[in-house]
Write a protein that binds this ligand. Structure first.
Ligand code: GDP
Length: 307
């Protein structure tokens, strides 16, 4: 994960570490390298600018350069800024739970509805089953899943198969039923069977379009979700962030699920998402298997970026 970015930053940090004293120009040179590393990682330009300005100001403005090991301090400033950019608090203690904004809010009158939205191929259906499983393992809550994807053939069957694999109930398929009606039937069924959580896997499209947004709004209106999670593929970098921006304008997103982090050597989507959309990343998908899901923890992710 993030190997390219880690290598680039590592090389810059080695130079900083190797020096006893640092001049202002050394910091500026290092920041030029960090800037290029972030841009090559496909981090959005405004996020890169803000990042470099914040780090430069802290590194030069305070007594850092006169400190005993200035290189080490500059590295810590970069680390702290990475944590903040990812939506975390650098001062939180080791082993602390994920930040409040990254946690699922399921404490509503059951069934708490978790609506999954996103483009086709982003990993939405897989993430639906992963999160249902996660909710059982970590929250001790019983979830039912329902697919509202009537556009893609076999989408509903795909969710049923995943449900069987993970031993999670799915709403029986009624051919011909439309998304909002399926959502209502799922709510009723989850209520009657005392499920704590109802996961709604909505239809995807190849691109963001008006019909998709209208359908998402109608489903959200009918199901009153506690969480609306947008699933995006981290490998698509800034495109993932742009998709998130389009959805944010239309549906009340509560967070983002970033899939394929296992194959993401760059990290641009992860680093830009919070700053550009204002929405927290709640989960990272780290593989095809149903247990390959992590609660998103900014401090840990920053630690991985810095190796
Ligand atoms: P959907 O069209 O958005 O519902 O996408 P799917 O859930 O069908 O996923 C598309 C493909 O991506 C499948 O082959 C999944 O196994 C794979 N996939 C989903 N999430 C991840 C992930 O986090 N890592 C990896 N490596 N593959 C994933």
């Amino acid at each position: 994960m993030f190997d390219n970015l880690s290598d680039r930053l590592g090389a810059t940090f080695d130079k900083l570490r190797g020096r006893g004293a640092l001049k202002e120009q050394d910091v500026r040179d290092a920041m030029r390298e960090v800037r290029i590393a972030l841009l090559e990682a496909d981090v959005a330009l405004p996020v890169v600018r803000r990042f470099i300005d914040a780090v430069t100001e802290k590194a030069i403005g305070q007594d850092v350069l006169r400190a005993v090991s200035p290189g080490q301090q500059v590295i810590k400033i970069v680390n702290d800024e990475l944590v903040r950019t990812l939506g975390g608090d650098p001062d939180e203690e080791e082993g602390a739970p994920a930040p409040e904004e990254s946690r699922l809010k399921l404490e509503v009158k059951p069934p708490a509805v978790v609506m999954m939205v996103g483009l086709q191929g982003s990993g939405k259906t897989t993430s639906t089953a992963k999160i249902a499983r996660y909710i059982r393992e970590k929250h001790g809550k019983k979830a039912m899943m329902a697919s509202l994807d009537v556009a893609r053939p076999a989408a509903q069957e795909q969710l049923a198969v995943l449900g069987q694999q993970a031993d999670i109930a799915t709403l029986p398929i009624v051919p011909g039923q439309q998304p909002v009606d399926i959502a209502r039937r799922a709510l009723e069924s989850a209520r009657l069977q005392n499920f704590d959580v109802l996961m709604l896997d909505t239809a995807g499209r190849l691109h963001v379009d008006d019909a998709l947004m209208a359908e998402m709004k109608a489903v959200a209106g009918a199901a009153d979700p506690a969480e609306v999670l947008l699933v995006v593929d981290s490998l698509t970098g800034q495109d993932a962030v742009n998709v998130a921006k389009s959805f944010t304008d239309e549906v009340p997103l509560t967070g983002v699920v970033l899939t394929r982090m296992d194959g993401d050597a760059r990290g641009g989507a992860a680093l830009s998402m919070r700053a550009v959309t204002g929405k927290p990343i709640k989960f990272a998908g780290t593989g095809e298997k149903l247990d390959a899901l992590e609660a998103f923890h900014p401090k840990r992710v920053a630690g991985r970026i810095l190796g």
